[in-house]
Design a protein around this ligand. Structure first.
Ligand SMILES: NC(=O)c1ccc[n+]([C@@H]2O[C@H](COP(=O)([O-])OP(=O)(O)OC[C@H]3O[C@@H](n4cnc5c(N)ncnc54)[C@H](OP(=O)(O)O)[C@@H]3O)[C@@H](O)[C@H]2O)c1
Length: 428
Protein backbone atom coordinates (compact mmCIF):
# COMPACT_ATOMS: atom_id res chain seq x y z
CA UNK A 1 0.00 0.00 0.00
CA UNK A 2 1.29 3.40 -0.94
CA UNK A 3 1.78 5.72 2.05
CA UNK A 4 0.15 9.13 1.60
CA UNK A 5 0.51 12.09 3.97
CA UNK A 6 -2.27 14.66 4.24
CA UNK A 7 -2.08 18.21 5.59
CA UNK A 8 -5.30 19.96 6.64
CA UNK A 9 -5.11 23.73 6.93
CA UNK A 10 -8.14 25.29 8.61
CA UNK A 11 -9.93 23.40 11.35
CA UNK A 12 -13.20 25.32 11.51
CA UNK A 13 -16.69 24.08 10.59
CA UNK A 14 -15.45 22.13 7.61
CA UNK A 15 -11.86 21.30 8.54
CA UNK A 16 -12.73 19.74 11.90
CA UNK A 17 -15.46 17.59 10.34
CA UNK A 18 -13.16 16.48 7.53
CA UNK A 19 -10.44 15.59 10.03
CA UNK A 20 -12.80 13.18 11.81
CA UNK A 21 -14.20 11.87 8.52
CA UNK A 22 -10.76 10.96 7.18
CA UNK A 23 -9.79 9.19 10.39
CA UNK A 24 -13.03 7.22 10.60
CA UNK A 25 -12.95 6.21 6.90
CA UNK A 26 -9.24 5.34 6.74
CA UNK A 27 -9.89 1.61 6.27
CA UNK A 28 -12.55 2.12 3.62
CA UNK A 29 -10.32 4.57 1.74
CA UNK A 30 -7.49 2.03 1.89
CA UNK A 31 -9.75 -0.62 0.39
CA UNK A 32 -10.96 1.63 -2.39
CA UNK A 33 -7.64 3.18 -3.33
CA UNK A 34 -4.99 0.78 -2.09
CA UNK A 35 -3.32 3.55 -0.10
CA UNK A 36 -2.41 4.03 3.53
CA UNK A 37 -3.39 7.60 4.33
CA UNK A 38 -2.40 9.55 7.41
CA UNK A 39 -3.02 13.11 8.52
CA UNK A 40 0.54 14.23 9.14
CA UNK A 41 0.07 17.98 9.49
CA UNK A 42 -2.68 20.35 10.63
CA UNK A 43 -2.93 24.09 11.06
CA UNK A 44 -5.38 26.67 12.32
CA UNK A 45 -5.06 30.20 13.58
CA UNK A 46 -5.25 29.35 17.25
CA UNK A 47 -3.63 26.18 18.64
CA UNK A 48 -5.45 26.48 21.96
CA UNK A 49 -8.98 26.93 20.62
CA UNK A 50 -11.45 24.32 21.89
CA UNK A 51 -12.27 21.92 19.02
CA UNK A 52 -14.54 18.93 18.75
CA UNK A 53 -11.59 16.56 18.35
CA UNK A 54 -8.34 16.17 20.24
CA UNK A 55 -5.66 18.23 18.51
CA UNK A 56 -2.34 16.39 18.24
CA UNK A 57 0.15 19.11 19.11
CA UNK A 58 3.05 17.25 17.49
CA UNK A 59 1.51 17.65 14.01
CA UNK A 60 0.18 21.21 14.52
CA UNK A 61 1.92 23.95 12.53
CA UNK A 62 1.61 27.55 13.64
CA UNK A 63 2.66 28.71 10.21
CA UNK A 64 0.54 26.89 7.60
CA UNK A 65 3.09 27.67 4.88
CA UNK A 66 5.51 25.28 6.58
CA UNK A 67 3.13 22.43 5.67
CA UNK A 68 3.51 23.26 1.97
CA UNK A 69 7.23 22.41 2.21
CA UNK A 70 7.04 19.16 4.21
CA UNK A 71 8.34 16.18 2.28
CA UNK A 72 5.92 13.77 4.00
CA UNK A 73 2.87 15.81 2.88
CA UNK A 74 1.52 14.70 -0.51
CA UNK A 75 -1.89 16.36 -0.39
CA UNK A 76 -2.73 19.77 1.10
CA UNK A 77 -6.35 20.55 1.94
CA UNK A 78 -6.99 24.29 2.27
CA UNK A 79 -10.05 25.11 4.39
CA UNK A 80 -9.53 28.68 5.53
CA UNK A 81 -11.50 30.69 2.96
CA UNK A 82 -11.26 34.13 1.24
CA UNK A 83 -9.94 34.77 -2.22
CA UNK A 84 -6.56 36.24 -1.35
CA UNK A 85 -4.01 36.38 1.44
CA UNK A 86 -2.87 33.25 3.21
CA UNK A 87 -5.25 30.85 1.40
CA UNK A 88 -3.92 31.85 -2.01
CA UNK A 89 -0.33 31.58 -0.79
CA UNK A 90 -0.95 28.10 0.64
CA UNK A 91 -2.47 26.79 -2.58
CA UNK A 92 0.10 28.47 -4.81
CA UNK A 93 3.11 27.22 -2.78
CA UNK A 94 1.72 23.71 -2.36
CA UNK A 95 1.22 23.33 -6.11
CA UNK A 96 4.67 24.75 -6.84
CA UNK A 97 6.09 22.22 -4.36
CA UNK A 98 4.29 19.46 -6.31
CA UNK A 99 1.65 18.74 -3.71
CA UNK A 100 -1.91 17.95 -4.79
CA UNK A 101 -4.37 20.52 -3.48
CA UNK A 102 -8.01 20.23 -2.45
CA UNK A 103 -9.96 23.31 -1.52
CA UNK A 104 -13.57 24.26 -0.77
CA UNK A 105 -12.79 27.91 -1.41
CA UNK A 106 -15.08 29.27 -4.15
CA UNK A 107 -13.87 32.83 -3.66
CA UNK A 108 -10.28 31.73 -4.36
CA UNK A 109 -11.09 29.52 -7.34
CA UNK A 110 -13.48 31.96 -8.99
CA UNK A 111 -10.86 34.72 -8.77
CA UNK A 112 -7.53 32.91 -9.21
CA UNK A 113 -8.61 29.55 -10.63
CA UNK A 114 -6.97 30.10 -14.05
CA UNK A 115 -3.64 31.06 -12.54
CA UNK A 116 -3.66 28.23 -9.99
CA UNK A 117 -4.71 25.73 -12.66
CA UNK A 118 -1.73 26.64 -14.81
CA UNK A 119 0.61 26.01 -11.86
CA UNK A 120 -1.07 22.65 -11.14
CA UNK A 121 -0.77 21.56 -14.77
CA UNK A 122 2.84 22.66 -15.00
CA UNK A 123 3.71 20.63 -11.91
CA UNK A 124 1.50 17.67 -12.89
CA UNK A 125 -0.50 17.69 -9.69
CA UNK A 126 -4.24 17.94 -9.02
CA UNK A 127 -6.17 20.99 -7.99
CA UNK A 128 -9.62 19.82 -6.87
CA UNK A 129 -12.51 22.04 -5.75
CA UNK A 130 -15.73 20.00 -5.90
CA UNK A 131 -16.82 21.39 -2.52
CA UNK A 132 -16.66 24.97 -3.82
CA UNK A 133 -19.93 24.58 -5.78
CA UNK A 134 -23.16 23.13 -4.45
CA UNK A 135 -21.78 21.65 -1.21
CA UNK A 136 -22.41 17.91 -1.33
CA UNK A 137 -23.83 17.86 -4.87
CA UNK A 138 -21.22 16.28 -7.16
CA UNK A 139 -21.86 18.79 -9.92
CA UNK A 140 -18.30 19.55 -11.06
CA UNK A 141 -17.40 15.87 -11.29
CA UNK A 142 -20.66 15.23 -13.14
CA UNK A 143 -19.70 17.81 -15.79
CA UNK A 144 -16.06 16.65 -15.96
CA UNK A 145 -16.73 12.93 -16.03
CA UNK A 146 -20.35 11.83 -16.25
CA UNK A 147 -21.21 14.31 -19.00
CA UNK A 148 -17.67 14.54 -20.39
CA UNK A 149 -18.53 14.54 -24.10
CA UNK A 150 -21.79 16.44 -23.89
CA UNK A 151 -22.13 19.91 -25.30
CA UNK A 152 -23.50 21.81 -22.33
CA UNK A 153 -25.96 24.44 -23.46
CA UNK A 154 -27.13 25.96 -20.20
CA UNK A 155 -26.61 25.55 -16.47
CA UNK A 156 -28.86 27.13 -13.88
CA UNK A 157 -29.98 26.58 -10.38
CA UNK A 158 -30.29 27.47 -6.75
CA UNK A 159 -26.73 27.85 -5.56
CA UNK A 160 -27.13 29.61 -2.26
CA UNK A 161 -28.91 27.76 0.53
CA UNK A 162 -29.09 30.81 2.80
CA UNK A 163 -31.12 32.81 0.26
CA UNK A 164 -33.32 29.84 -0.57
CA UNK A 165 -34.02 29.26 3.11
CA UNK A 166 -34.94 32.93 3.62
CA UNK A 167 -37.27 33.05 0.61
CA UNK A 168 -38.94 29.76 1.58
CA UNK A 169 -39.39 30.86 5.18
CA UNK A 170 -40.74 34.30 4.19
CA UNK A 171 -43.38 32.55 2.10
CA UNK A 172 -44.45 30.04 4.73
CA UNK A 173 -44.36 32.30 7.82
CA UNK A 174 -45.13 35.69 6.21
CA UNK A 175 -42.33 37.11 8.37
CA UNK A 176 -40.24 40.01 7.09
CA UNK A 177 -36.84 39.59 5.42
CA UNK A 178 -35.15 41.05 8.50
CA UNK A 179 -36.72 38.69 11.00
CA UNK A 180 -36.19 35.60 8.81
CA UNK A 181 -32.56 36.60 8.34
CA UNK A 182 -32.19 36.68 12.12
CA UNK A 183 -33.68 33.21 12.35
CA UNK A 184 -31.29 31.98 9.64
CA UNK A 185 -28.38 33.41 11.62
CA UNK A 186 -29.56 31.71 14.83
CA UNK A 187 -29.81 28.40 13.01
CA UNK A 188 -26.30 28.78 11.56
CA UNK A 189 -27.58 29.10 7.95
CA UNK A 190 -26.37 32.67 7.59
CA UNK A 191 -23.16 34.19 8.85
CA UNK A 192 -23.79 36.03 12.12
CA UNK A 193 -21.49 39.00 11.52
CA UNK A 194 -21.53 39.54 7.77
CA UNK A 195 -24.15 37.69 5.74
CA UNK A 196 -23.86 40.18 2.85
CA UNK A 197 -21.92 37.96 0.47
CA UNK A 198 -24.69 35.37 0.57
CA UNK A 199 -27.54 37.87 0.34
CA UNK A 200 -26.22 40.11 -2.44
CA UNK A 201 -25.62 37.26 -4.90
CA UNK A 202 -21.80 37.27 -4.67
CA UNK A 203 -21.55 33.71 -3.35
CA UNK A 204 -23.83 32.33 -6.08
CA UNK A 205 -21.94 34.35 -8.69
CA UNK A 206 -18.58 32.84 -7.64
CA UNK A 207 -20.14 29.39 -8.16
CA UNK A 208 -21.66 30.35 -11.51
CA UNK A 209 -18.27 31.56 -12.74
CA UNK A 210 -16.70 28.20 -11.85
CA UNK A 211 -19.59 26.29 -13.41
CA UNK A 212 -19.54 28.19 -16.69
CA UNK A 213 -15.83 27.84 -17.03
CA UNK A 214 -16.09 24.08 -16.68
CA UNK A 215 -19.29 23.64 -18.67
CA UNK A 216 -18.20 25.74 -21.66
CA UNK A 217 -14.41 25.10 -21.65
CA UNK A 218 -13.68 28.75 -21.09
CA UNK A 219 -11.37 30.75 -18.86
CA UNK A 220 -13.04 32.04 -15.71
CA UNK A 221 -14.80 35.29 -16.47
CA UNK A 222 -14.01 38.33 -14.38
CA UNK A 223 -16.30 40.76 -16.14
CA UNK A 224 -18.92 42.76 -14.31
CA UNK A 225 -22.18 40.93 -14.82
CA UNK A 226 -25.80 41.13 -13.71
CA UNK A 227 -25.78 40.33 -10.00
CA UNK A 228 -28.69 41.12 -7.73
CA UNK A 229 -29.49 39.66 -4.33
CA UNK A 230 -32.62 39.21 -2.27
CA UNK A 231 -32.26 42.08 0.20
CA UNK A 232 -35.03 44.15 -1.40
CA UNK A 233 -37.62 41.37 -1.61
CA UNK A 234 -40.59 41.96 0.66
CA UNK A 235 -43.32 39.59 1.84
CA UNK A 236 -45.63 41.69 -0.31
CA UNK A 237 -43.79 40.49 -3.44
CA UNK A 238 -43.92 36.90 -2.24
CA UNK A 239 -47.69 37.17 -1.61
CA UNK A 240 -48.40 38.73 -4.98
CA UNK A 241 -46.25 36.12 -6.71
CA UNK A 242 -48.21 33.46 -4.88
CA UNK A 243 -51.49 34.87 -6.21
CA UNK A 244 -50.06 34.77 -9.72
CA UNK A 245 -49.07 31.12 -9.24
CA UNK A 246 -45.41 32.11 -9.16
CA UNK A 247 -42.61 31.80 -6.62
CA UNK A 248 -39.47 33.88 -6.12
CA UNK A 249 -36.12 32.07 -6.27
CA UNK A 250 -32.58 33.40 -6.42
CA UNK A 251 -31.15 31.72 -9.49
CA UNK A 252 -27.68 31.57 -10.95
CA UNK A 253 -27.83 31.14 -14.72
CA UNK A 254 -25.13 30.65 -17.32
CA UNK A 255 -25.41 30.01 -21.04
CA UNK A 256 -23.67 30.80 -24.28
CA UNK A 257 -25.58 33.02 -26.72
CA UNK A 258 -23.99 33.65 -30.13
CA UNK A 259 -20.62 32.51 -28.80
CA UNK A 260 -20.83 34.96 -25.95
CA UNK A 261 -21.08 34.05 -22.29
CA UNK A 262 -24.17 35.23 -20.46
CA UNK A 263 -23.79 34.77 -16.70
CA UNK A 264 -26.17 36.22 -14.17
CA UNK A 265 -27.50 35.90 -10.65
CA UNK A 266 -30.77 37.53 -9.66
CA UNK A 267 -34.15 36.80 -8.11
CA UNK A 268 -36.48 35.14 -10.62
CA UNK A 269 -40.20 34.50 -10.69
CA UNK A 270 -40.71 30.85 -11.57
CA UNK A 271 -43.96 28.99 -12.18
CA UNK A 272 -45.02 27.11 -9.06
CA UNK A 273 -45.41 23.82 -10.88
CA UNK A 274 -41.80 23.74 -12.11
CA UNK A 275 -39.12 21.61 -10.52
CA UNK A 276 -36.95 24.55 -9.45
CA UNK A 277 -39.88 26.29 -7.71
CA UNK A 278 -40.20 23.31 -5.38
CA UNK A 279 -36.60 23.18 -4.20
CA UNK A 280 -37.09 24.60 -0.73
CA UNK A 281 -35.22 25.55 2.43
CA UNK A 282 -31.43 25.23 2.45
CA UNK A 283 -31.47 22.85 -0.52
CA UNK A 284 -29.42 23.57 -3.64
CA UNK A 285 -30.24 22.31 -7.11
CA UNK A 286 -28.42 22.51 -10.41
CA UNK A 287 -30.05 21.86 -13.76
CA UNK A 288 -27.79 21.06 -16.69
CA UNK A 289 -28.98 21.12 -20.25
CA UNK A 290 -26.67 19.11 -22.48
CA UNK A 291 -26.55 17.49 -25.87
CA UNK A 292 -27.16 14.56 -26.21
CA UNK A 293 -28.03 13.92 -22.55
CA UNK A 294 -30.94 16.39 -22.32
CA UNK A 295 -31.86 17.87 -18.99
CA UNK A 296 -30.18 16.53 -15.83
CA UNK A 297 -31.04 17.62 -12.33
CA UNK A 298 -28.83 17.43 -9.27
CA UNK A 299 -30.25 18.34 -5.89
CA UNK A 300 -28.85 18.19 -2.39
CA UNK A 301 -27.63 20.08 0.62
CA UNK A 302 -25.53 22.97 -0.56
CA UNK A 303 -23.54 23.68 2.58
CA UNK A 304 -22.69 22.50 6.06
CA UNK A 305 -19.91 20.27 7.36
CA UNK A 306 -21.50 16.96 6.30
CA UNK A 307 -22.22 17.65 2.62
CA UNK A 308 -19.03 19.70 2.19
CA UNK A 309 -16.90 16.91 3.69
CA UNK A 310 -18.57 14.45 1.34
CA UNK A 311 -17.43 16.54 -1.64
CA UNK A 312 -13.93 16.94 -0.20
CA UNK A 313 -13.68 13.17 0.29
CA UNK A 314 -14.63 12.59 -3.35
CA UNK A 315 -11.76 14.91 -4.35
CA UNK A 316 -9.44 13.01 -2.05
CA UNK A 317 -10.37 9.63 -3.50
CA UNK A 318 -10.02 10.94 -7.03
CA UNK A 319 -6.43 11.93 -6.26
CA UNK A 320 -5.67 8.69 -4.41
CA UNK A 321 -6.91 6.69 -7.38
CA UNK A 322 -4.32 8.47 -9.47
CA UNK A 323 -6.88 10.33 -11.48
CA UNK A 324 -4.53 13.20 -12.36
CA UNK A 325 -6.31 15.42 -14.81
CA UNK A 326 -6.90 18.98 -15.80
CA UNK A 327 -8.68 20.97 -13.06
CA UNK A 328 -11.12 22.41 -15.60
CA UNK A 329 -11.49 19.26 -17.68
CA UNK A 330 -9.24 20.27 -20.59
CA UNK A 331 -5.72 21.75 -20.75
CA UNK A 332 -5.61 25.37 -19.65
CA UNK A 333 -4.06 26.44 -22.93
CA UNK A 334 -7.11 25.13 -24.80
CA UNK A 335 -9.67 26.91 -22.66
CA UNK A 336 -11.18 29.76 -24.62
CA UNK A 337 -11.11 33.45 -23.81
CA UNK A 338 -14.37 34.84 -22.50
CA UNK A 339 -16.43 37.24 -24.59
CA UNK A 340 -19.37 38.52 -22.63
CA UNK A 341 -22.90 38.82 -23.91
CA UNK A 342 -24.28 42.31 -23.53
CA UNK A 343 -26.96 41.86 -20.87
CA UNK A 344 -28.65 45.05 -22.00
CA UNK A 345 -29.74 43.24 -25.16
CA UNK A 346 -31.54 40.51 -23.25
CA UNK A 347 -35.33 40.28 -23.35
CA UNK A 348 -37.34 39.34 -20.28
CA UNK A 349 -40.85 39.55 -18.96
CA UNK A 350 -40.77 41.61 -15.82
CA UNK A 351 -42.58 42.03 -12.55
CA UNK A 352 -42.49 45.65 -11.42
CA UNK A 353 -43.87 46.98 -8.15
CA UNK A 354 -44.34 50.69 -7.63
CA UNK A 355 -45.23 52.17 -4.26
CA UNK A 356 -47.10 55.38 -5.06
CA UNK A 357 -49.29 58.14 -3.66
CA UNK A 358 -52.89 57.07 -4.21
CA UNK A 359 -54.16 59.99 -6.25
CA UNK A 360 -55.55 60.52 -9.73
CA UNK A 361 -53.10 60.57 -12.63
CA UNK A 362 -50.32 58.53 -10.99
CA UNK A 363 -51.17 55.29 -12.76
CA UNK A 364 -51.20 57.00 -16.13
CA UNK A 365 -47.81 58.60 -15.40
CA UNK A 366 -46.41 55.11 -14.91
CA UNK A 367 -48.04 53.52 -17.95
CA UNK A 368 -46.99 56.47 -20.16
CA UNK A 369 -43.41 56.15 -19.01
CA UNK A 370 -43.43 52.41 -19.72
CA UNK A 371 -44.78 53.06 -23.21
CA UNK A 372 -42.02 55.61 -23.80
CA UNK A 373 -39.46 52.84 -23.14
CA UNK A 374 -41.29 50.32 -25.35
CA UNK A 375 -42.41 48.22 -22.42
CA UNK A 376 -45.83 46.72 -22.98
CA UNK A 377 -48.06 45.65 -20.13
CA UNK A 378 -49.41 42.10 -19.88
CA UNK A 379 -51.12 42.48 -16.51
CA UNK A 380 -51.74 45.25 -13.99
CA UNK A 381 -52.78 44.95 -10.35
CA UNK A 382 -53.49 47.85 -8.00
CA UNK A 383 -53.60 47.36 -4.23
CA UNK A 384 -54.69 50.49 -2.35
CA UNK A 385 -53.76 51.24 1.25
CA UNK A 386 -56.51 53.66 2.27
CA UNK A 387 -55.00 54.32 5.70
CA UNK A 388 -51.73 55.61 4.30
CA UNK A 389 -53.28 57.01 1.11
CA UNK A 390 -50.80 54.99 -0.91
CA UNK A 391 -51.09 52.15 -3.39
CA UNK A 392 -48.95 49.34 -4.73
CA UNK A 393 -49.06 49.10 -8.50
CA UNK A 394 -47.87 45.79 -9.84
CA UNK A 395 -47.16 45.40 -13.52
CA UNK A 396 -46.25 42.25 -15.36
CA UNK A 397 -44.77 43.12 -18.72
CA UNK A 398 -44.41 41.34 -22.02
CA UNK A 399 -40.82 40.58 -22.95
CA UNK A 400 -38.85 43.80 -22.96
CA UNK A 401 -35.25 44.79 -23.45
CA UNK A 402 -33.11 44.98 -20.30
CA UNK A 403 -31.61 48.28 -21.50
CA UNK A 404 -35.04 49.93 -21.70
CA UNK A 405 -36.35 48.49 -18.45
CA UNK A 406 -33.39 49.69 -16.41
CA UNK A 407 -33.53 53.15 -18.02
CA UNK A 408 -37.26 53.28 -17.45
CA UNK A 409 -37.01 52.41 -13.75
CA UNK A 410 -34.28 54.99 -13.24
CA UNK A 411 -36.51 57.62 -14.79
CA UNK A 412 -38.95 57.33 -11.86
CA UNK A 413 -36.34 58.67 -9.43
CA UNK A 414 -37.48 62.23 -10.03
CA UNK A 415 -41.19 61.40 -9.78
CA UNK A 416 -42.43 62.54 -6.36
CA UNK A 417 -45.52 60.36 -6.60
CA UNK A 418 -43.36 57.24 -6.64
CA UNK A 419 -42.42 56.76 -3.00
CA UNK A 420 -39.62 54.18 -3.22
CA UNK A 421 -37.31 52.71 -5.82
CA UNK A 422 -39.53 50.35 -7.81
CA UNK A 423 -38.94 46.62 -7.34
CA UNK A 424 -38.05 44.63 -10.45
CA UNK A 425 -38.03 40.85 -10.62
CA UNK A 426 -37.44 39.00 -13.88
CA UNK A 427 -39.70 36.13 -14.92
CA UNK A 428 -37.80 32.93 -15.75
N1 LIG B 1 -19.30 26.30 5.99
C1 LIG B 1 -19.84 25.75 4.90
O1 LIG B 1 -20.97 25.25 4.93
C2 LIG B 1 -19.04 25.69 3.63
C3 LIG B 1 -19.60 25.08 2.49
C4 LIG B 1 -18.85 24.99 1.31
C5 LIG B 1 -17.58 25.56 1.28
N2 LIG B 1 -17.08 26.18 2.39
C6 LIG B 1 -15.74 26.75 2.33
O2 LIG B 1 -14.89 26.04 3.22
C7 LIG B 1 -13.87 26.91 3.71
C8 LIG B 1 -13.86 26.87 5.24
O3 LIG B 1 -15.11 27.27 5.72
P1 LIG B 1 -15.50 27.11 7.27
O4 LIG B 1 -16.98 27.33 7.34
O5 LIG B 1 -14.94 25.86 7.83
O6 LIG B 1 -14.75 28.37 7.91
P2 LIG B 1 -14.40 28.62 9.43
O7 LIG B 1 -15.28 27.81 10.34
O8 LIG B 1 -14.36 30.08 9.61
O9 LIG B 1 -12.92 28.02 9.59
C9 LIG B 1 -11.79 28.67 9.09
C10 LIG B 1 -10.57 28.01 9.67
O10 LIG B 1 -9.42 28.65 9.15
C11 LIG B 1 -8.49 28.85 10.21
N3 LIG B 1 -7.60 29.95 9.89
C12 LIG B 1 -7.91 31.26 9.73
N4 LIG B 1 -6.77 31.97 9.45
C13 LIG B 1 -5.77 31.08 9.45
C14 LIG B 1 -4.37 31.18 9.26
N5 LIG B 1 -3.80 32.36 9.01
N6 LIG B 1 -3.61 30.06 9.33
C15 LIG B 1 -4.18 28.86 9.60
N7 LIG B 1 -5.51 28.70 9.79
C16 LIG B 1 -6.28 29.80 9.72
C17 LIG B 1 -9.34 29.13 11.44
O11 LIG B 1 -8.59 28.89 12.60
P3 LIG B 1 -9.22 28.96 14.08
O12 LIG B 1 -10.15 27.79 14.15
O13 LIG B 1 -8.07 28.80 14.99
O14 LIG B 1 -9.91 30.27 14.17
C18 LIG B 1 -10.47 28.10 11.20
O15 LIG B 1 -10.09 26.86 11.73
C19 LIG B 1 -14.18 28.28 3.10
O16 LIG B 1 -13.43 28.46 1.93
C20 LIG B 1 -15.65 28.19 2.76
O17 LIG B 1 -16.04 29.06 1.71
C21 LIG B 1 -17.76 26.25 3.56
Amino acid sequence: MKKIGIGIIGLGNIGSRLYKEIISKKKDIGLKTNTNINIVAISAKNLNKKRNFKVKKNIFYKNPLDITKKSNVNIVIELIGKSDGISKKIVERSLKNKKHVITANKALISKHGDYLTSIAEKNKVNLEFEAAVGGGIPVLRTIKEGLATNKILKVYGILNGTCNYILTEMESTKDSFKSVLKKAQNLGYAEPSNPKLDLNGYDAMAKIRILSSLAFNKKISNKKVLMEGIEDIETKDIDIANQLNLRIKLLGITEVINNKLFERVHPCLVKKDTYIANVNGVMNAVILDGDPVGESVLQGEGAGPGPTSSALMSDLLSILRGNIKFPFGIPSSKRKKVFSYDQNQNFNSLYMRFEVKDKPGVLSQITKQLAKYKISIARLIQIPDSKRKTASIIIITHKSKELYSSKCLKSFKSNKNVLKNPILIRLF
